[in-house]
Design a protein around this ligand. Structure first.
Ligand SMILES: Cc1cc2nc3c(=O)[nH]c(=O)nc-3n(C[C@H](O)[C@H](O)[C@H](O)COP(=O)(O)OP(=O)(O)OC[C@H]3O[C@@H](n4cnc5c(N)ncnc54)[C@H](O)[C@@H]3O)c2cc1C
Length: 365
């Protein structure tokens, strides 16, 4: 490959890692000097947990780039239109051009999407290795060290923390029990907790799926390992639908429904516990997200767009396509063949919090 002597500005977007990073690998192979940048749009409102997770991810990448003679510059401006997609769309497990249908013939719902992928025998696209060398920065560029707010977090941002987390998840054989535990509400191990790192691209879904296939070859495939892949494919499905909205905090923050979520005051103790967990940690398990979203929309008349914008601000794993896709699914305006999901919060509480431990943990003190 020929090298360009023009300095290149590389917008990393949601590819905050060295491993399996096609943007970085290509730029490293084709430029003599390279300036990796991230545009941190000051007009986007982020909850404190989301902001801290993102900054920690950027700081970790900066440290890794510095070890290799490069660096990372944070630009306090909106990303340019030409690269906006890489700020909205983290990588998929299966590349768009590897899907067994054209984007115009994309199945409208998940089951036929999955069946066609499975019939074609596709589990993942192949990850690529991290570049062994990186071009130096253009002359005279100085990148300030990224400061990370001191905040108690449920997960540490960054590629190295992602790899450590994913390794311990496999070493402890947690994929085996994933199908039984994944609807949990309390604790850390009931689901993989990979989503914050996946959302910002600190870890590659192609690497996860490749490691999972290796895990199956070593320990045997089971319904837990299959179900983890099945859920990762949901993420691809929503990415392939490609619905995103710009973060809408400013448009909604004076609405009563926004204030209700912010103050966790829906009037239902179980649902309010969920909102309190979200507000305190920037995270909620999938089951509780469904319960909160359904209750807010169907019992408290919160428009799905307001709920989606609220989650977009608060979640440390905010992923535009997955967030819109899931809110629309429950609202019945998206990919749900049943036309919406109205859950009974009472029945859900009896099933998933029968002894009230979750509600007590996240109740007002
Ligand atoms: C209203 C609502 C909003 C949501 N918003 C987001 C969001 O902004 N970002 C996000 O990553 N997920 C979102 N989800 C999906 C899901 O709740 C989270 O991905 C999951 O809870 C993350 O925890 P985990 O990594 O332990 O998941 P696991 O259960 O361990 O699943 C493994 C991975 O599969 C993917 N996955 C699992 N379930 C889903 C799903 N329903 N849709 C898409 N991908 C899925 C995720 O990448 C996840 O990390 C939302 C769900 C709902 C109901």
């Amino acid at each position: 490959m020929t090298s360009s002597s023009h300095p290149a500005l590389l917008h990393l977007g949601r590819y905050l890692r060295l491993d399996d990073n096609p943007l970085l690998a290509h730029a490293a192979a084709t430029h003599e000097t390279l300036l990796p940048v991230f545009a941190l749009d000051p007009s986007v409102s982020r909850g404190p947990q989301q902001e801290a997770f993102l900054l920690a991810s950027l700081a970790d990448l900066q440290a890794q780039l510095r070890e290799r003679g490069s660096d990372l510059l944070v630009l306090h401006e909106a990303p340019p239109d030409a690269v906006i997609d890489r700020y909205r769309e983290p990588q998929r497990m299966i590349d768009a051009d590897a899907l067994p249908f054209d984007v115009t013939a994309m199945p409208r719902t998940y089951t036929p999407f999955r069946q066609r992928v499975e019939a074609a025998g596709i589990r993942t696209s192949q990850p690529i290795a991290a570049p062994t060398t990186l071009p130096p920065l253009p002359d005279g560029v100085v990148c300030p060290t990224i400061e990370v707010p001191a905040l108690e977090m449920i997960a540490q941002g960054g590629e190295r923390a992602a790899q450590t987390h994913w390794l311990q998840y496999r070493t402890r054989r947690l994929p085996d029990s994933y199908k039984q535990t994944r609807n949990g509400l309390l604790g850390w191990d009931y689901s993989s907790k990979l989503s914050p790192w996946l959302a910002w691209g600190c870890i590659s879904p192609r690497r996860i799926a490749t490691d999972l296939a290796e895990y199956e070859a070593t320990y045997g495939a089971n319904d837990g390992t299959y179900w983890l892949w099945f859920e990762l494919l949901w993420r691809d499905f929503f990415a392939a639908r490609g619905e995103h909205r710009t973060q809408q905090h400013a448009a909604y923050n004076n609405e009563p429904s926004w204030q209700m979520m912010l103050t966790a005051s829906t009037g239902n103790r179980f649902v309010d516990a969920g909102l309190r967990e979200l507000n305190a940690t920037g995270f909620l398990g999938n089951r509780m997200r469904q319960i909160v979203a359904s209750y807010c929309m169907y019992e408290r008349n919160v428009p799905w767009q307001v709920g989606e914008a609220y989650f977009a601000m608060m979640l440390i794993d905010f992923d535009p396509a997955s967030n819109v896709g899931n809110w629309k699914y429950i609202a019945g305006t998206g990919a749900d063949p049943r036309g919406g999901r109205r859950f009974s919060a009472e029945k859900q509480r009896e099933m998933y919090d029968p002894d009230g431990a979750y509600t007590r943990t996240w109740s007002a003190q």
